[in-house]
Design a protein around this ligand. Structure first.
Ligand code: G3I
Length: 412
């Protein structure tokens, strides 16, 4: 049997066994001194993720919110267990909001690096790599209002937001931020979510009227699709070493309209010699998409994800998993053992795909506790999306990840 297929079968079996045995509800001692233990913990599960991942050449990452961490003025919420868990288990952090343009450049030309400087200092003290999220993103939570205000004012022609003006704003932002953290940032999401989310097609201006095309962000409308290339070139000029990433959601499978358009676009950049080190695949995964499928159908999906990694790797690009979480329906009750088993299977297989890929240097989850997950607010009616619950008790997914790392190390 093909190696990866056998491995995937292994995870399906292991995560199912784990959850059937544990029921997913027993309390665990997750204090840092004890390490995480669990009645049904797989061998090696007390070894931190980062230590299991390092010999495999991978960084093990998580999104963080620095308000929970003890770093000077940023620290507003006491949560020592959160910080201990982070420092014990992870080797990379991705601050979820602090590097967004709206926060870094709240008024034109006036940069505020108070929080991000503290994040970088903290990361260096704690030997954590930092993934910079994000330089250019068209979402209203990222674009500062002074830019969108300009577009509204443009109609009176006193101060039109011309292509040249917006391009200069974009390049100045990228140059200033990347230069500031030159040599200290491991990787940058230079551009985020430039393509239409198929689940939000109604809110998207789809280029050429075709599904899956580039979206109608202010950057694309006013600068044109080449804003991506120009942002990448500005970032490379500012830091010759940092890994430059184009980050996208909904592109993990092959043969969807969006993933095919995204692949063609990225291949076009590579063919043209645009500075680009890799792509980020976000992976905010609804478990409900997998639930109706039988084991063979799910395996086919995982193989399709593996094929995505392979084809980008063949272009000479890294593929990073940047924002993995697996959300369940929240109907006001605790998740069932079956739901947690499926969630564990999905987490485990996505990690395995990264570990089996030729070039997947970092595996990053969008948080590690349901306590701070964005899902209940961002996707109402859903939740339970991370590897520990509200009390930071490990779920089956936590053990599936440990077991996947252990299997890859030992080859069984
Ligand atoms: O800081 C305010 C707080 O003062 C206020 O009380 C609270 C009320 O809701 O809102 C807080 O700000 C929120 C912020 O998250 C911090 O929690 C914003 O309203 C909310 O829009 C913001 O959402 C973030 C979202 O991106 C939009 O930027 C999420 O935290 C963040 O996890 C999410 O991350 C995105 C990635 O950047 C891109 N990929 C998808 C991913 C998930 O949506």
């Amino acid at each position: 049997m093909h190696k990866s297929k056998a491995a995937l079968l292994g995870v399906l079996a292991v995560s199912s066994l784990c959850c059937l045995a544990c029921g997913g509800t027993q309390p665990a001692d997750n204090t840092p001194d004890a390490g995480v233990s669990h009645p049904d913990a797989a061998p090696g599960s007390d070894v931190p993720f980062k230590e299991l991942a390092a010999p495999l050449g991978r960084l093990f990452g998580t999104q963080i919110d620095p308000v929970h961490l003890t770093m000077g003025s940023v620290h507003t919420t006491d949560d020592a267990p959160y910080e201990r868990f982070l420092l014990r288990e992870f080797s990379l952090i991705a601050p979820g909001n602090n590097f967004k343009m709206r926060h870094l450049q709240p008024t034109e030309g006036d940069f505020n690096f108070d929080v991000t400087d503290q994040v970088m200092n903290y990361a260096e003290q704690k030997a954590l790599a930092v993934h910079g999220h994000v330089l250019i993103w068209g979402n209203e939570t990222s674009v500062p209002s002074w830019i969108t205000d300009k577009e509204e004012e443009a109609s009176n022609a006193d101060y039109p937001l011309s292509r040249a003006k917006l391009l200069s704003i974009m390049e100045q932002h990228v140059t200033t931020v990347v230069s500031r953290y030159k040599g200290r940032m491991r990787s940058w999401d230079v551009v985020n979510e430039a393509f239409c989310d198929p689940q939000k097609e109604s809110g998207c201006i789809v280029e050429g009227g075709e599904a899956g095309g580039m979206d109608g962000s202010i950057w694309r409308r006013i600068i044109g699709p080449e804003f991506i290339e120009l942002a990448l070139r500005a970032a490379r000029a500012a830091d010759p070493e940092v890994k430059l990433i184009v980050n996208e959601n909904g592109v993990e499978l092959t043969d969807t309209p969006k993933s095919e358009k995204f692949f063609s676009f990225i291949k076009g950049l590579v063919d043209k010699g645009v500075p680009l080190d890799g792509i980020g695949i976000q992976m905010h995964i609804p478990a409900a998409h997998f639930a109706p499928l039988d084991a063979d159908q799910r395996r086919a999906l995982y193989e399709s994800v593996g094929a995505t990694f392979a084809r980008f790797n063949q272009l000479g690009l890294d593929v990073l998993i940047t924002e993995l979480d697996v959300f369940l329906v929240d109907e006001g009750r605790a998740p069932t053992a079956e739901e947690l088993t499926l969630q564990a299977e999905i987490f485990g297989n996505m990690l395995r795909i990264c570990l089996e890929a030729a070039r997947c240097p970092s595996f990053t989850m969008w948080g590690f506790t349901d306590k701070y997950s964005w899902i209940p607010e961002g996707k109402p009616g859903h939740g339970f999306a991370t590897i520990t619950d509200d009390e930071m008790q490990p779920k089956p997914a936590y053990f599936a990840l440990k077991e996947t790392l252990r299997q890859m190390q030992t080859g069984r």
